[in-house]
Design a protein. Structure first.
Length: 310
């Protein structure tokens, strides 16, 4: 039965969460898989009705089939992949922490390297990526994959700082666009692509930047801060009502009104790393949380899967 208010799953903090029908989906989580070490990077492939996600310490990417419920290995020795997304042609874009690069999987299965260096120096460990409607790929580059051998390979950083970069769709040039972070993590564009939201896991904040016509960013400002005892932030997604949904580690999944007010939460039994909308109607929220993959069919719908050209 659809949910209608406060349950163990939904926590309503502001009436806008209720009136926006954010709590009007399933009244329970569905656990789809539970044998990961640290699950991240879910992305839904509409053509195949499948979800791909990363199990970083086990160095594999997994695949869940919506028709059968079967889970299989999509790729082993996956470069300790973290975040995944699709480009405008439906090709898989992956952030490989262990290989310290951003890649694209072609239709024939070959892997193309999009970025592995900035100004001749190796990247730290690309974490999350988002594709703008002009074809540019934007990615975060914290140090999670080089601080130990657990999620990558321990190494000394070659770059100064932990930054966000843009890959030019025509030239492939990698440009630094923001460098004000303790550990940049999740990325998402606003529905009109005029703003870029970036979570900073160590600072426990979400930043928002204006995107200029030339692809550079403004200085930015804080959109939201994690309250005491509610975890930190990982990846971010928008629904088609302009609400921002954030994977908030121990805090579950947070939902923010466009004005930055935290209006509700989804309470998840494990710390939440990433979220992604999918399913035939794009209203099924997939949640990677520590060892598991969960889903809930929502009363809200994610943004269109393919961004409209600016």
């Amino acid at each position: 039965m659809p949910g209608s208010g406060d349950t163990m799953l939904y926590e309503i903090l502001d009436d806008r969460f209720r009136t926006g029908r954010c709590a009007n989906g399933d009244d329970r989580l569905e656990k789809l898989y539970g044998d990961c070490r640290w699950a991240e990077g879910p992305v839904y492939l509409p053509a195949w009705r499948q979800l791909i996600w990363s199990d970083i310490p086990n160095d594999r990417m997994l695949r869940w089939d919506e028709e059968t419920g079967a889970v299989s290995v999509f790729r082993r020795q996956a470069g300790h992949s973290n975040g995944n997304t699709l480009d405008r042609e439906g090709r898989l874009i992956s952030c490989e922490q262990g290989n310290r690069r951003v890649t694209r999987t072609e239709p024939d299965g070959t892997v193309t390297v999009l970025a592995d260096r900035y100004e001749g120096k190796r990247l730290n460990s690309p974490n999350d990526a988002v594709v703008r409607s002009d074809g540019s790929v934007w990615f975060s580059d914290p140090d999670f994959g080089i601080t130990s051998d657990y999620e990558g390979f321990r190494a000394e950083p070659e770059l100064d700082g932990l930054n966000v970069y843009r890959i030019d769709p025509g030239t492939g040039e990698v440009r630094l666009v923001a460098d004000c972070f303790g550990a940049p993590n999740g990325l998402v564009f606003s529905p009109d692509e005029r703003q870029l939201y970036v979570s900073d896991t160590r600072a426990r904040v979400i930043h928002v930047f204006d995107v200029r016509d030339d692809g550079t960013l403004s200085d930015g400002e804080v959109f939201a801060r994690a309250a005491d005892g509610t975890g930190s932030f990982d990846n971010l997604r928008f629904d088609d009502g302009g609400r921002l949904w954030a994977a908030a580690m121990e805090g579950g999944v947070h939902c923010y009104d466009p004005d930055g007010t935290l209006i509700g939460r989804l309470n998840i039994p494990e710390p939440v790393s990433n979220i992604a909308f999918g399913g035939p109607k794009n209203n099924r929220l997939f949640i990677t949380a520590t060892t598991s993959l969960y889903s809930v069919v929502m009363g809200v719908t994610g943004l269109p899967r393919v961004a409209r050209r600016a």
